[in-house]
Design a protein around this ligand. Structure first.
Ligand SMILES: Cc1cc2nc3c(=O)[nH]c(=O)nc-3n(C[C@H](O)[C@H](O)[C@H](O)COP(=O)(O)OP(=O)(O)OC[C@H]3O[C@@H](n4cnc5c(N)ncnc54)[C@H](O)[C@@H]3O)c2cc1C
Length: 295
């Protein structure tokens, strides 16, 4: 086997990775765990219960690929790092282009592009999220189920329990509208108007790291390099300066409306629209206007 794509799911990031892989090798095959993703390819489905990064990597390694590609998600990066060790391969994360041994990849949350040469007989790459336009290929999967040769140590780190947070059914990563708050809101209570606005727009509330560090919101709400990567139709950062590490998480947003009291805030460089002023006045005013026009 030559090129293998590790697909967590046939979601946007998975299909971006598959598109990237097909451009390198049209005969690419897929490896998955649990449910077979509905894509037009030979899909090797490993029988493993739940998330166990080293066991998932063992499944990949047992197929003896020479190139492995996955989406640049937390899991994609974690699993491929383990697989690289097992295959004695070379791993490049957050790649946006590859040609032979040459790769171009994002560093520092996307603020730097690095061109590097990947030395080694086995190459592993994750694809930087939202850098590849999906090209669908019609057809059903040809599913081949297999049991990877797991060692006890492969299952030491695994998910044993899952506790869902209550977000009304829409996750931060998938929400079409995200209204995020930053230090500029001044307190945890400052998020109440954002909750109201997000609710009216059918969206969810996110935040910056300054907010999670202050304990105003849980880490699950954090957008950014060390938080969730989002790709909403519209992103509304409120009282957020636009630090590189924050912007790394919202690059996929189609439109950005910044609300900030500082017209010189770095976020203005990326904003499609901006409202300059006090968030605690502007957000309730937008909400009131939305209610008025919808009444
Ligand atoms: C390794 C590393 C990883 C990181 N990962 C992340 C990450 O994943 N996500 C992340 O967000 N950060 C991350 N950070 C932190 C990041 O560098 C910034 O410190 C953080 O994003 C700043 O948060 P903020 O914009 O809320 O606060 P600030 O930078 O303090 O900005 C506050 C903004 O609010 C505005 N403001 C003030 N009062 C008002 C008002 N009344 N109305 C309207 N606007 C107002 C100000 O003009 C300012 O622009 C990381 C840092 C490091 C070193």
């Amino acid at each position: 086997m030559s090129t293998l794509v590790f697909l967590e799911a046939a979601d946007d990031l998975g299909l971006q990775a598959l598109t990237f892989a097909r451009r390198l090798d049209p005969a690419v095959e897929v490896v998955a765990v649990g449910d077979a993703p509905q894509v037009s390819a030979t899909v090797h489905v490993a029988e493993i219960d739940g998330y166990a990064p080293q066991a998932w990597a063992r499944a990949i390694a047992s197929l003896n690929p020479t190139t492995v590609i996955a989406a640049g998600t937390d899991r994609g990066n974690e699993v491929l790092a383990h697989a690289a060790v097992m295959l004695n391969g070379v791993f490049a994360a957050n790649v946006i282009a590859a040609d032979g041994d040459q790769v171009t990849r994002q560093r520092w949350g996307g603020s730097l592009l690095e061109q590097a040469r990947v030395h080694g007989d086995v190459k592993l790459m994750t694809v930087a999220p939202h850098t590849v336009a999906i090209e669908e290929v019609a057809g059903d999967p040809t599913v081949e189920t297999f049991t990877p040769p797991l060692e006890d140590a492969d299952l030491v780190a695994r998910v044993v329990e899952r506790v869902e947070t209550s977000t009304g059914g829409v996750s931060l990563a998938d929400a079409p509208v995200v209204v995020s708050g930053g230090r500029g809101l001044g307190s945890a209570e400052g998020f109440a108007p954002l909750e109201e606005l997000a609710g009216l727009l059918g969206g969810v509330v996110g935040c910056s790291r300054a907010v999670t560090m202050a304990g105003w919101r849980p880490h699950t709400d954090q957008v950014g390099q060390t938080g969730t990567k989002i790709a909403p139709d519209i992103y509304i950062p409120v009282g957020i300066s636009g630090a590189t590490q924050h912007m790394a998480g919202c690059k996929g947003a189609k439109k950005l409306l910044a609300i900030n009291s500082d017209p010189e805030a770095p976020i203005m460089a990326t904003a499609d629209y901006a409202v300059i002023g006090d968030a605690l006045e502007i957000v309730p005013a937008i909400t009131a206007e939305l209610r008025r026009v919808r009444a």
